[in-house]
Design a protein around this ligand. Structure first.
Ligand SMILES: *Cc1c(COP(=O)(O)O)cnc(C)c1O
Length: 386
């Protein structure tokens, strides 16, 4: 397939990223070192967490979060059926069982707190929430439900870097950033995310014990890093648990530091474009845009619209493709995948959402006129159709 004329997402990269890479290459130190240390402390300050631990991907972040919490065999992990498959995969990799729960509805496609209450029975190792498209889920209610039952909350905040929570009840989580609302938060810096380094991620937490466990498990369960031994700060190490190599490196950390500087501006541009999409699609009969009455600062990772039905969604996608415009689906319900058939549960609101949803181009470099063109094509694809 040829390059799309209007891509779903794009990097906002420039001379600053090039300079950062040159600086690292000239330093002659590539693996975890001072750039990673700085990226971690700058990221921790940005989100307002005590600890930030840079890792090799969002998937690694989620895997380490479950390992650090000691979630393992015989435990269930309650999580949304509407998510990228990474959280469900790592649940099975630690030996636990995914328990898929429905979304609130078409206007709020995040984990339903009422369904969490029903699912939080028996041996539950963790509840994983996801802030769909960069919009915070009903996290204050979910945290309260989990605290009462002693269940830790993991945030899959991969869509939500830079999003700030507004609690409608003005509780203690009001005003905090995504990733710092549960016990442990996970971010991805994959190349299509709002903060992009290629492959990368971050774990954040206020809990010293969890942070120490993630730090050690990130690097084979060893007590010191090559950098510390290189600098003479340590000469030996012990292995205190069986870990992995999920470290970041200096090149990605240097890119991440530049991208973190650009993030507030990029997210503001995404918000303006999302507003434009919303007003263009407002009076398109039968179409909806989720989070219509959302209160709070979204990271606007995705621009999702809901067609009246699956046929008109598929027709819109075909018309856009014909015009060289990329669209996508976030996501097929996880229980519909072959590997998860044994974990199927009834999630009718997720099924209906996935049948109607289409993700439209959204990135900081997109032009207003491109939004207008996408919306005009959707309007024409839906006109007169039944
Ligand atoms: C991207 C993403 C992940 C996985 O992150 P990787 O860095 O690609 O491993 C997990 N969950 C969600 C919601 C994501 O968007």
């Amino acid at each position: 397939m040829s390059e799309p004329r209007i891509a779903l997402s794009d990097l906002s990269y420039g001379p600053e990223e090039e300079a950062a890479l040159v600086r690292v290459v000239r330093s002659r130190w590539l693996t975890t070192g001072p750039e990673v240390d700085r990226f971690e402390s700058e990221f921790a300050a940005f989100v307002g967490a005590r600890h930030a631990i840079a890792v090799s991907s969002g998937t690694a972040a989620l895997h380490l979060a479950l390992m650090a919490l000691g979630v393992g065999g015989g435990k269930a992990v309650v999580q949304p059926a509407l998510n990228f498959v990474a959280a469900a995969n790592v649940t099975r990799l630690v030996g636990a069982t995914p328990r898929f729960v429905d979304i609130v509805g078409p206007d709020d496609p995040t984990l339903d707190p009422v369904a969490v209450i029903e699912a939080a029975e028996g041996a539950v190792g963790a509840v994983i929430v996801m802030h769909y498209g960069g919009y915070l889920c009903r996290i204050a209610e979910i945290v309260e439900i989990c605290r009462e039952r002693g269940i830790p909350v993991v945030e899959d905040a991969c869509h939500a870097v830079g999003a700030r929570y507004t609690d409608p009840r003005r509780g203690s989580l009001d005003g905090r950033m995504a990733g710092t609302l549960g016990d442990i938060g996970c971010f991805s810096f994959f190349s299509n995310k709002n903060l992009a380094v290629g492959e990368g991620g971050m774990v954040v937490t206020d809990d010293d014990g969890l942070a120490a466990a993630v730090r050690s498990l990130r690097s084979h369960g060893m007590t010191t890093l090559t950098w510390q031994r290189h600098r003479g700060h340590a000469s030996s190490y012990d292995v205190i648990a069986s870990g992995l190599n999920y470290r970041s490196d200096e090149l990605r950390a240097a890119l991440g530091r530049v991208q973190l500087q650009k993030l507030p501006g990029g997210n503001a541009r995404r918000a303006a474009l999302a507003d434009r999409y919303r007003s263009e699609l407002k009076d398109l009969s039968g179409w909806d845009v989720p989070f219509a009455n959302y209160v709070g600062d979204s990271a606007n990772h995705l621009m999702v619209a809901l067609a009246p039905d699956q046929a008109r969604r598929d027709r819109a996608a075909a018309v856009l493709r014909e015009a060289g415009i990329q669209s996508s689906l976030h996501y097929p319900p996880i229980p519909s995948f072959a590997a998860f058939r044994d974990f199927a549960s009834s999630v009718p609101r997720t099924d209906s959402f996935s049948a109607r949803a289409i993700s439209l181009p959204l990135h900081a470099g997109l032009g207003d006129e491109q939004v207008a063109e996408v919306c005009a094509l959707i309007r024409s694809s839906s006109a007169g159709a039944r």
